[in-house]
Write a protein that binds this ligand. Structure first.
Ligand SMILES: Cc1cc2nc3c(=O)[nH]c(=O)nc-3n(C[C@H](O)[C@H](O)[C@H](O)COP(=O)(O)OP(=O)(O)OC[C@H]3O[C@@H](n4cnc5c(N)ncnc54)[C@H](O)[C@@H]3O)c2cc1C
Length: 396
């Protein structure tokens, strides 16, 4: 046997959805999913590796994303959470950085407004946000407050007549080097509660500096933000954000989205590894003909399918309005742990070519690290779940 023996496109499982989860979608949703896949193949996939290598965000993509009408599929467009999850996984499969850009703008930023703003504030802000004329960021994490940010928010807000004065620092804030707005979470010194503010990034005293030298999600522009006596009018305080409990309403949903990213990341690793395994020849035959290689491909597939099955069920619970915080937490911890195993096997199956981005796998492997840590680390999400099943908190 001297040539690749199989045409992957003619295999029954060409798309990697081994248990046919997409069949749970309505016909309208399946048609829309195909349109989005075509968009990703045309506009995102071809530029993804180059942007990642250069560490630059493709600003020219934003109007194309806007035209594709992708914002807020559940709350604004009436699609199911199962559909929204599969779409987010497909974004990640095409490129985890662009999925993260959307996760920040649509999930964390827009989600904060959808969940915590008054009806009047929503009417004023959401049209431009849905149209992607205004891009947003989500400022919660701080240089000294990561996993413990709920109790450890050091950025302060002080009411001064019709205004609030914000002071402090934020770290890791995605999109913040170019965003028009950022929702800043800050502790009100009057009652010690964490509140949220819609901050115009052009305000005096606001600076955002790009974090350089990342090994993961290099296309995402993460920033260190400094707030030095930034004056925010009271009408820009999110009306429904009055304690960290309110912030958690946003995080519960975005945690789900990150778990879907772990599904997409595994689908991407499986796509690349399977194709490589049937094409790469060693000892005169495709490496896919070796039993130990098939074993790794099957382990990758099993991890992917189990992650996707968990997420589909959780999205159904979300559609019924009964999903709980700890269910999102378990999903985030479980799927990202499987993802780490899956991308490591994928990287191994490409041998030396697995460590150069030209073959895509190195990007997939490296991007998994950020997904594993953000939106609550593996340990924190495990402890949130552990608290739910024992009644005992081991977090503090
Ligand atoms: C690429 C990227 C993008 C991000 N984007 C944003 C964004 O847009 N907006 C935003 O607000 N934040 C963002 N973040 C921040 C992210 O949410 C935090 O990095 C994450 O919450 C972890 O916080 P930390 O990095 O400070 O780690 P730390 O909290 O310092 O944790 C370090 C280690 O200690 C462990 N640990 C901490 N406490 C415990 C405990 N009680 N028990 C057991 N283990 C523990 C952690 O699990 C971890 O392994 C982003 C991060 C990254 C890497």
């Amino acid at each position: 046997m001297s040539k690749a023996a199989v045409d992957l496109n003619n295999l029954p499982y060409a798309d990697g959805d081994f248990y046919g989860f997409e069949q749970l979608l309505s016909e309208k949703e399946r048609e829309r999913l195909q349109e989005i896949r075509d968009f990703l193949a045309k506009e995102v996939k071809p530029i993804a590796v180059d942007c990642w290598n250069r560490g630059e965000f493709p600003m020219e993509l934003i109007p194309k994303l806007a035209e594709a009408n992708l914002m807020s599929p559940v709350r604004n467009q009436g699609y199911s959470n199962v559909f929204a999850g599969i779409v987010h996984a497909e974004f990640t499969r095409a490129d985890a950085s662009i999925a993260t850009f959307m996760g920040v703008h649509d999930g964390l930023f827009t989600g904060s407004i959808e969940a915590l703003a008054s009806e009047e504030q929503k009417a004023a802000w959401l049209p431009d946000i849905y149209a992607m004329k205004k891009i947003g960021a989500f400022g919660l994490t701080e240089p000294l407050g990561g996993s413990d940010v709920a109790g450890g928010t050091r950025t302060t807000a002080v009411r001064d007549g019709d205004n609030w004065i914000l002071n402090g620092a934020k770290r890791w804030i995605g999109n913040a080097t170019f965003s028009d707005w950022v929702v800043i979470y800050a502790r009100d010194l009057a009652d010690n509660q964490v509140k949220a503010f819609m901050v115009d990034t052009k305000l005096p005293g606001y600076t955002a500096t790009k974090i350089e030298n990342k090994i993961s999600l290099r296309t995402v522009q993460n920033a260190d933000i400094v707030l030095d006596n930034v004056v925010v009018p009271h009408e820009f305080k999110l009306a429904g954000a009055n304690s960290f409990r309110d912030t958690n309403k946003v995080l519960k949903v975005t945690r789900l989205a990150v778990a879907w990213q772990a599904v997409g990341q595994q689908l991407a690793a499986f796509d690349v590894a399977r194709r490589y395994a049937v094409e790469r020849q060693q000892f005169g035959r495709p490496i896919a003909s070796f039993q130990m290689v098939q074993d790794q491909l099957v382990q990758m597939l099993g991890n992917t399918v189990s992650s996707m099955g968990m997420m589909v069920r959780l999205a159904q619970l979300e559609d019924q309005g009964v999903a709980k915080d700890e269910q999102s937490a378990l999903a985030k911890a479980f799927t990202t742990a499987r993802m780490r195993e899956t991308v490591a096997m994928g990287r191994n199956l490409l041998g030396g070519n697995g460590i150069v981005t030209d073959y895509e796998m190195a990007k997939i492997f490296a991007d998994a690290e950020a997904i594993y840590s953000y939106e609550g680390t593996y340990e924190i999400n495990t402890l949130v779940t552990g608290r739910a099943i024992t009644g005992i908190s081991a977090i503090v």
